[in-house]
Write a protein that binds this ligand. Structure first.
Ligand code: 5GP
Ligand code: ZN
Length: 114
């Protein structure tokens, strides 16, 4: 837990955010400012700053996150497709410095997003 990290607070349950998925290692919850009909964030409970800070030992955790994303996409009815985004660092537009994956879907998504 990193003291002033909003996603650490969410993951610890102290902000009473509704979880769509919770396991020992991860939680998934809806983004506060959705950019599409489905916009879910999947995060590790453990504080990892970004994708630029993962290590080889995080492989199982990252695999669990990807499987959770796949299951969530199925549950949300995103059979036509979806996008997974991990904004990383200043040039990547990362605003919350706790690793998170955006699961975005429910409408046709243009690429590049701009
Ligand atoms: P980033 O820009 O770092 O990739 O994404 C951070 C995301 O977290 C943004 O889409 C923002 O809307 C979302 N967010 C920031 N604070 C909160 C919060 O307190 N609760 C929820 N549910 N989402 C948040
Ligand atoms: Zn954190």
């Amino acid at each position: 837990m990193s003291g002033d990290c909003i996603f650490c607070k969410i993951a610890s349950g102290s902000l009473s955010t509704e979880f769509l998925v919770e396991t020992d290692q991860l939680v998934a919850f809806r983004d506060l400012n959705p950019v599409a009909p489905t916009h879910i964030l999947v995060i590790p409970k453990r504080h990892i700053e970004s994708l630029a800070h993962i290590e080889a030992s995080d492989g199982a955790l990252l695999g669990e996150i990807m499987l959770a994303i796949k299951e969530l996409a199925k549950e949300q009815g995103l059979e036509k497709g979806f996008r997974v985004v991990a904004n990383t660092g200043p040039d990547g537009g990362q605003s919350v410095h706790h690793l998170h994956f955006h699961l975005i879907g429910g409408r046709s998504l243009q690429w590049p997003p701009g």
